[in-house]
Design a protein around this ligand. Structure first.
Ligand code: FA5
Length: 330
């Protein structure tokens, strides 16, 4: 009995098994030791002393084994699950989050443009067609307003009036903020706006349906295309290094005239980073400015592409995968 009880107590795997073993061997009412004790009365008197000593020895050994097993589990916490737990070891440091690489990029770009006197402005991500299109000289029948190229919201007004003023959409470009700034402020103006924009583009290495743009707007007297090119060049060398090569390609945007596409050389290839141009007189008229009195330039650059070029990231999807092995490098 002693051997069996000690073996069992040494090998119990959890607190429940321990309690079962305790009841079985040392239980006050029906425990095996009690049964043996009851038999003591029937032992012949000359053998009683030896039997008594043997019984006491077995009882003490079982009590010791029981105590050892109880200690083992109380160290492993209430569940008794981990007998190797050592409360004297230093704790595991909780992992503290850190700023996403795109947020870091936004801070950096804001700082560079701030040094050139550009103040940060913000606008809503849910826009009305007036700010996303109309005031930007994009008329009702323009393909840029196509529901297939935009995320329109399923509002009651939109259902009623379809693709007209009542509808709302996730802004497809930060140029909306140009309008909001000019509606509320008189020239001279020198602002940037960094934020999310949305387009139903299929994700690939350089496209994502949600991305960020940095919009720039400068309005004053006698602003020229040379000013625009200088600002973009100074910005690019600050952010991407002195050896960056930049190319301006003639292009078209409804809200600028003339317009250019801005390319940077990246691993031997010209990659488009954004659009820019001189603010179209129709845009000035839409916000109540006199195009004969003021001129200005605007640009919109893809923030993800800038971040990717600077850090050598090959796939935009890595930025939004949520994979800590990638993100913790920044
Ligand atoms: C525009 O959005 C214009 N609003 C830019 C502009 C502003 C022109 C002011 C003139 C004056 P575009 O559609 O080309 O232009 O987009 C600009 C940049 O956003 C692209 O060059 C690219 O860098 C980035 N971009 C566009 N689509 C995506 C996408 N799906 N994923 C990631 N980046 C994108």
């Amino acid at each position: 009995l002693k051997r069996e009880a000690i073996d069992t107590l040494q090998s119990v795997a959890d607190a429940e098994a321990l309690e079962a073993a305790r009841v079985k061997y040392a239980g006050q009412k029906k425990g095996a030791l009690k049964d043996v004790q009851k038999l003591m009365g029937s032992v012949a008197s000359e053998d009683r002393k030896t039997a008594g000593m043997g019984f006491n020895e077995a009882k003490n050994a079982i009590a010791d084994a029981l105590q050892a097993a109880t200690d083992r589990f109380s160290q492993g916490g209430a569940s008794g699950a981990d007998p190797t737990f050592d409360p004297s070891l230093p704790g595991v440091r909780p992992r503290i989050g850190h700023v996403h690489p795109i947020t870091q990029t936004i801070t950096h770009l804001t700082e560079i443009m701030g040094r050139m006197g550009f103040e940060a402005a913000e606008g809503p991500e849910v826009e009305d067609p007036h700010h996303n299109f109309v005031a930007l000289n994009i008329p009702e029948d323009h393909p840029a307003r196509d529901p297939l190229d935009n995320f329109y919201l399923a509002t009651a007004q939109a259902a009623e009036k379809s693709n007209t003023e009542g509808s709302r959409l996730l802004r497809s470009q930060t140029s909306t903020v140009q309008i909001r700034v000019m509606e509320n402020k008189q020239p001279p103006i020198r602002v940037i706006s960094l934020g999310r924009v949305y387009r139903p583009d299929d994700p690939d290495a350089t496209h994502f349906p949600m991305f960020h743009q940095m919009e720039g707007l400068l309005v004053d007297k006698h602003v020229t295309m040379a000013n625009l090119k200088t600002v973009l060049r100074v910005f690019a060398t600050n952010y991407l290094g002195d050896d960056v090569q930049i190319r301006f390609r003639p292009s078209f945007f409804p809200f600028t005239e003339p317009s250019v596409e801005v390319d940077f050389l990246w691993d031997g290839q010209w990659i488009e980073f954004g659009g820019a141009g001189m603010v179209d007189p129709n845009v000035f008229k839409a916000v109540g400015y006199d195009p004969d009195q003021v001129s200005g330039f605007a640009f919109g650059l893809g923030v993800e592409r800038l971040c990717m070029r600077r850090h050598g990231i090959k796939d935009i999807r890595d930025l939004y995968s949520g994979d800590m092995r990638f993100l913790s490098q920044f």
